[in-house]
Ligand binder design. Structure first.
Ligand code: ATP
Ligand code: MG
Length: 457
């Protein structure tokens, strides 16, 4: 707590003599006090105001001290609790300490003991707060909701989610395929006051126009041939919650016009219906298209864009947050080891080198799939290059800046490529042969042909 603020102490006791007496003593010590005479009031106050310490009488009308303490612990409030115990309440006092009370004071209260207990409790309290802050910091450093990541670029995203979650603003999430747009949408929902409501996701590219509108707005019985029963759409299902419109850039123009009206008025009619249905839905949309280009090309209406992008969150590609490569790998190793009953520890150094060079067009989804595939293929505890799909090498080799000088004989070029691959694999011929897609025997034959001494490992 800030130094210039007074410590806040709550005193709850049904005997006015006690509350008044304690309040006077504590005020003289420079503390700010609030007094209540029953447990219900005490809990209400503690929920509303961040008290540093609560002095709770064990025996009070409404909720007793122990019940208030239990609630405080259940909710996870940081207030330090000291019990005030009268005669004959030893058992309850012991119970209270076991349930997490910091200490207790006997009635009648001894002013000296009160002073020392409060001072000690405040010290304890500041440690608790510090720990919590640290915990929060660490949490926000390495993961946020379902997302793993500690790169500055992804921290920026966490901050935006925090800032926007509890507002009613619609959000547009942009970013390449596989960067985690759906996870962001879910995090926004979870962090919002709509968390108890539904989270409904619909992929706008997965349906032709009529079906998409049917999914979004639902239909009445008999709206079209085959509409035997009425069907509520996503907007109705998401009432009180969040609707995630994925791949909004693929939504047909006519449907966008209908969507615009819903966004503006939060009311619509089912297909074939006449009744206006009012809903309370927060819309989060996502696209992996270049938004400005999509607007220019007429794929996305500008008015829809403005409605949806009250807040825009742009997700970085994996290439732009390579400091998260290892934490992500470790997360996925954990998941796929568990799922496949394996104990793979990690990737070999050569593998990591390739992974760092690779350009990750499919971003985190591609990395996740690669870890899954290699964990399944790996027999030992370390994933090796041979477990990698070939296209990863081809791509990294292209990116490594190797170029083939033209005007040379083919066998010269071949020799060059073989030597360079051997260099990359630190002279491991088995690995080099795998990368080049030839058998070990062919590799040996070729090396013999080049008069290379064959010292196979
Ligand atoms: N930061 C992250 N930490 C852990 N897993 C992640 C993270 N980001 C994405 N993933 C995982 O990667 C996969 C792809 O994420 P998601 O579906 O959210 O991407 P997307 O941006 O919606 O992709 P698309 O545009 O192709 O729909 C999911 O399996 C998701 O769990
Ligand atoms: Mg997605």
């Amino acid at each position: 707590m800030a130094k210039n603020l007074k410590y806040q102490i709550l005193i709850a006791d049904d005997e006015p003599a006690i509350t008044v007496g304690l309040a006077e003593l504590l005020q003289l010590e420079g503390y700010e006090t609030t007094t209540v005479s029953d447990g219900k009031d005490a809990l209400k106050q503690i929920k509303e105001k961040a008290f540093d310490i609560a002095l709770l009488d064990l025996v009070m009308p409404g909720l007793d001290g122990l019940q208030v303490l239990t609630e405080i612990k259940k909710i996870g409030l940081p207030t330090t609790v000291i019990m005030i115990s009268g005669k004959g309440s030893t058992e309850a006092t012991v119970k209270a300490i076991k349930s997490g009370a910091y200490d207790y004071l006997d009635k009648p209260v001894d002013p000296n003991r009160l002073r020392t207990i409060i001072a000690k409790a405040l010290e304890h309290q500041s440690l608790v707060i510090k720990n919590r802050e640290l915990e929060q910091e660490i949490k926000s450093l390495s993961r946020y909701e379902e997302m793993v990541g500690q790169d500055d670029k992804i921290h920026e995203v966490y901050h935006l989610i925090e800032a926007v979650a509890d507002t009613s603003a619609n959000v547009l999430i942009t970013g390449e395929s596989g960067t985690g747009k759906e996870l962001v949408a879910r995090a926004i929902h979870k962090k919002s006051s709509r968390v108890e409501g539904p989270f409904i996701a619909i992929n706008c590219s997965a349906f032709p126009r009529e079906l998409l509108e049917n999914e979004l707005f639902g239909h009445e019985k008999g709206a079209f041939t085959g509409a035997l029963k009425e069907k509520p759409g996503c907007f109705e299902m998401a009432d009180g919650g969040t609707l995630f419109l994925d791949e909004i850039g693929e939504m047909p123009a006519d449907t966008q016009i209908k969507l615009l009206r819903v966004l503006e008025e939060m009311s619509f009619r089912r297909l074939g219906g006449t009744k206006e249905i009012k809903v309370d839905v927060r819309v989060v949309a996502a696209t992996n298209r270049d938004i400005q280009k999509a607007i220019k090309e007429g794929l996305l209406r500008e008015d829809i864009y403005f409605r949806l992008s009250v807040m825009e969150i742009e997700l970085p590609s994996l290439r732009e947050r390579m400091s998260d490569l290892l934490p992500l790998i470790n997360e996925f190793l954990k998941i796929f080891n568990d799922r496949n009953n394996k104990e793979v520890k990690g990737f070999s150094p050569e593998c990591l080198e390739v992974l760092r060079k690779y350009h990750w067009p499919g971003n985190i989804r591609e990395l996740k799939n690669l870890v899954e595939r290699t964990v399944i293929l790996c027999e030992g505890d370390t994933i090796a290059l041979k477990h990698f799909p070939k296209h990863i090498f081809t791509a990294t080799q292209k990116e490594s800046g190797e170029s083939i000088e033209l005007g040379r004989e083919l066998h010269e070029i071949e020799k060059d490529v073989i030597f360079k691959t051997l260099k990359m694999t630190r002279n491991n011929k088995t690995k080099a042969a795998q990368i080049l897609g030839i058998s070990l025997k062919t590799m040996h034959n070729k090396l013999n042909k080049y008069y290379i001494e064959d010292d196979d490992p």
